[in-house]
Design a protein. Structure first.
Length: 490
């Protein structure tokens, strides 16, 4: 197997057919772009599908309950990244998990498009959440296998890969929103299914060109333990089904359940890592340094992810979407942020590269990200409690520009610092902790949006905006002690 891997890497060194990158990158680029197309396209119309009345083509679910479901679904996606990483590391390898996850995602969108009422919603969201978590956890890993250590094209390859992510995120809401307004919600969900199918077909033909290292199982689960793992998984499914059937887990408390589960998992992860006798004193100090970053990251994502809850409601009831007599679909607002990410991510990368060792450390970047995110919420206040559908589109565009600035200060450095602070024996668990912070913030975004009232907006935007600013300022004041705990990591 080692010989096959070496041969694949050597071939990749000379293969520059995809904008100077290995041709195999085109297939991962494609499946990830179409997955993001389907994911964001579906999510852009999901909330209004739930709370619109039956006569409007929706399900007529209470709006506060609907926002909680969207938040719980988003949090579950990030929880499933941990499951996807474990399956790749112990059972199947990253490439196979990526392929099978894409199939599960497609089935989820088909369920949303074809199955009626709440059953279609439930089956579809579960499948998309599990599949997206698996694909998200492994696509980046598979890209990494295309490059030998020290290959100067690696950063450029990942830049192309992330361009695919944002192209999909930009196009998805435009297509699904146009179909939803002209033909109905299920046509929009169907477009998401077709998009994922296109990506899957392309990847099916191209996956053979990937290096054998993408299929390697790094830490195979012993055969003697597989029966136990199957029994544990089956028991977990039975317990969840029983809780649903007994009415303990319900649509109106789903966000609460996900929040509790993520908090418990996060505390357990921190406790296990910090108390381990297999880490050094320096590594333990770095784990403690990650705690304030974790908290601020939760606060950031609890506001940022309201693009799919609060902003959807706001675009429906408060935004003037009239352009020269034509009304823009609600979902198109979700395509604004990806444009800014595409334009500004290169700018930020160039700035950090130019600053080099003089660039601010992770605590300062996290602080600025949280403060800017809080400011973005305060920017809603000039139009608070105004007439229905009166907020200018230009104002929302400006606010989403600020959203993007905040994102680029905190999101790209987040995963990087979590890997840098990770103890050698707990590298994957620290990455899991980072994703748990995103999961918790996303679930909170849905829960918080349930308190939003278009007729009384000032308290909502003010309280959340100042809380985020307060978190950022607190971390900024603590930045030097945190850097000391980070023991040389910045």
């Amino acid at each position: 197997m080692a010989d096959q891997t070496d041969t694949a890497v050597e071939a990749g060194d000379t293969d520059r057919r995809f904008f100077g990158q290995p041709w195999a990158l085109a297939h991962i680029f494609g499946v990830e772009m179409w997955e993001r197309f389907s994911f964001y396209g579906m999510q852009a119309i999901l909330l209004i599908y739930m709370y619109y009345t039956v006569t409007e083509g929706g399900l007529g679910i209470d709006r506060a309950v609907a926002t909680g479901i969207v938040g719980a679904y988003g949090g579950t996606v990030y929880l499933c990244t941990i499951l996807g990483a474990w399956v790749a590391d112990r059972l199947l390898g990253s490439e196979r998990v990526l392929f099978y996850s894409a199939i599960v995602i497609m089935c989820g969108h088909i369920a949303l498009a074809l199955l009626p009422a709440v059953w279609g919603l439930g089956v579809g969201l579960v499948l998309v959440a599990v599949g997206s978590g698996g694909l998200k956890a492994n696509a980046t890993s598979v890209v990494g296998t295309l490059y030998a250590p020290g290959d100067a094209r690696r950063n450029g390859g990942f830049s192309l890969f992330y361009l695919g992510i944002n192209l999909g995120a930009f196009l998805g809401p435009i297509v699904t929103g146009a179909l939803q307004t002209s033909l109905g919600f299920h046509w929009g969900f169907g477009a998401a299914a077709v998009g994922m199918a296109l990506g899957l077909v392309q990847y099916s033909f191209g996956r053979r060109q990937l290096p054998e290292s993408a299929r390697v199982v790094p830490n195979p689960l012993p055969a003697s333990r597989r029966g136990l793992m199957i029994a544990v998984a089956a028991a977990g499914i039975v317990v969840i089904a029983a809780l649903v059937l007994l009415g303990i887990i319900r649509p109106d408390n789903l966000a609460d359940v996900v929040i509790i589960v993520v908090v418990a998992a996060s505390i357990a992860y921190f406790a296990v890592i910090a108390s381990s006798k297999r880490i050094t004193a320096t590594e333990r100090s770095r784990v403690f340094a990650f705690i304030p970053l974790f908290i601020v990251n939760v606060g950031f994502w609890s506001l940022y992810q309201q693009q799919f809850t609060l902003l959807t409601i706001y675009s429906d009831e408060r935004l003037n979407r009239n352009i020269l007599g034509w009304e823009m679909p609600i979902s198109w607002v979700n395509s604004i942020n990806p444009i800014f990410v595409i334009v500004l991510s290169g700018v930020f990368a160039a700035i950090w590269t130019r600053l080099g060792a003089r660039q601010p450390g992770a605590p300062v970047k996290f602080s600025v990200g949280a403060i800017v995110m809080g400011v973005a919420f305060l920017l809603f206040l000039p139009w608070a409690n105004g007439p229905a559908n009166a907020t200018p589109l230009l104002a929302i565009t400006g606010i989403l520009f600020v959203f993007t600035i905040a994102e680029l200060f905190i999101s790209p450095p987040g995963l990087a610092v979590s890997t840098a602070l990770a103890p050698e024996r707990f590298h994957t668990q620290m990455v899991a902790l980072y994703f748990l912070s995103v999961a918790l913030g996303t679930a909170l975004a849905g829960w918080l949006a349930g308190f939003y009232d278009p007729k009384n907006e000032v308290p909502y935007f003010s309280i959340l905006g100042f809380i985020a600013i307060g978190l950022g300022v607190a971390l900024l004041l603590m930045s030097k002690p945190v850097l000391v705990l980070m023991k040389g990591v910045r």
